[in-house]
Design a protein around this ligand. Structure first.
Ligand code: NAD
Length: 358
């Protein structure tokens, strides 16, 4: 199903508005979900709409929340997201980090109990646009999905790690990935008939590698009954022992230090914790030398000869920018089952999705 960007974004915003979010928040949610779809991360894109609405109905997400500052000491703050939408809470946390780093040069913001913050790269982009380097360790309390290196049982969340590095007069470097071999949403996309999983992305209870989404989602015939808790297998941590170790650090920094909670056996609503570091190169007097050295290095980095004929060395953030431009021009392709699920969610909110198709 090919659908143009503007009407789809309007439909998603209207769904959240009809479900009780303010117009401003609905617009933010739609923009953020669309940003993930545009940049090729369908896993965190508009296909998440039905799940977000379900979380709202269950009381796991609360509309229009404000960041609650628990501890504020110099360059450090601990803030509670009060289970508000991540699209409302995360930008408030970034604003706080940038405000502190503007004066101090550096800031550390420990965010707990935020609703799903979606594509973490959005928040690194927000900081980079204002000239700040940012580093984000994220975990997902209540979401046991990933087996650690050497294990088969789920002991980690998909715990993303993200860095934004601004470049004067050029697009920033945005490194942004889940520490699992694939983000859970990519298994969801595959379960909906979208892009297939890479071989060995999952592991079953007997330690056999798999790329069948049923390993995680079980085999319920109706897609809406499938949740990541329904299957018995797990997603594998990326990068063998190194990725598994980075995921563990994300759990500790984003889950324990923030007190958002690490991934555990208890069944609880999902919440993102995020430990973010903000650096203001301008305030530290290093902006000019940093920019000169970074540009020189990145130019050389890209001259590495391609490993495959016609290949190209890309910088983190480049694939997303290219896809965004392509999708803005051509529209978004959604798997039929995913579009159907969005339409059902719209109709349940008394919105006719067909109105947005012409
Ligand atoms: P991914 O595996 O697609 O990796 C993306 C990163 O790799 C980007 O930085 C991208 O620019 C870079 N990249 C991709 N191809 C490249 C190439 N050929 N050369 C150089 N760099 C390249 O990402 P993922 O692990 O599937 O994560 C998807 C999204 O899911 C991320 O935006 C992440 O923040 C999000 N996520 C969010 C949560 C949450 O709880 N909020 C949890 C997990 C993941």
């Amino acid at each position: 199903m090919l659908i143009s960007v503007d009407p789809l974004q309007r439909l998603i915003g209207d769904i959240f508005h009809a479900e009780g979010c303010s117009a401003a928040e609905s617009g933010r949610i739609a923009k953020s979900l669309m940003s993930a779809s545009l940049t090729g991360h369908d896993s965190h894109g508009v296909l998440r709409t039905p799940r977000y609405v379900w979380w709202l109905h269950e009381g796991h997400l609360k509309p229009d929340q404000k960041l609650d500052i628990i501890t504020d000491s110099g360059a450090f703050a601990l803030a509670d997201g009060c289970h508000g939408f991540g699209q409302t809470i995360a930008p408030q946390a970034v604003e706080l980090g940038m405000r502190k780093a503007s004066g101090e040069g550096v800031a550390v913001i420990a965010l707990r109990n935020s609703g799903h913050i979606g594509r973490v790269g959005d928040w690194a982009e927000m900081a980079a646009e204002a000239g700040f380097i940012s580093v984000h360790f994220v975990n997902v309390a209540g979401s046991q999905l990933v087996a650690p290196f050497g294990g088969v049982d789920r002991r980690l969340s998909t715990a993303p790690f993200t860095v934004g590095f601004p470049l004067a007069n050029a697009d920033p470097i945005i490194l942004d990935f889940a520490t699992s071999m694939v983000a859970e949403g990519k298994v969801m996309v595959a379960a909906h008939g979208g892009a297939k999983l890479p071989p060995g992305a999952l592991i079953d209870q007997d330690g056999r590698l798999s790329s069948d989404p049923r390993t995680l989602y079980g085999s319920a015939p109706d897609a809406k009954d499938r949740g990541p808790r329904a299957g018995t297998g797990a997603i594998r941590a990326m990068g063998e022992h190194k990725g598994s170790g980075l995921a563990l650090i994300c759990e500790l920094l984003a889950g324990a230090l923030t007190n958002s909670g690490c991934c555990g056996p208890d069944k609880r609503p999902i919440a993102n914790g995020m430990l973010s570091i903000y650096i203001n190169p301008a305030a530290l007097g290093v902006a000019e030398t940093m920019a000169a050295e970074a540009h020189k290095y990145l130019e050389w980095f890209k001259t590495s000869r391609p490993a495959t004929p016609g290949g190209e060395v890309l910088l983190p953030g480049e694939p997303e920018r290219r896809l965004r431009a392509k999708h803005m021009a051509e529209g978004i392709i959604l798997p039929d089952a995913g579009w159907k699920s969005i339409c059902e969610t719209a109709r349940a909110a008394n919105i006719d999705p067909d109105r947005y198709l012409n």
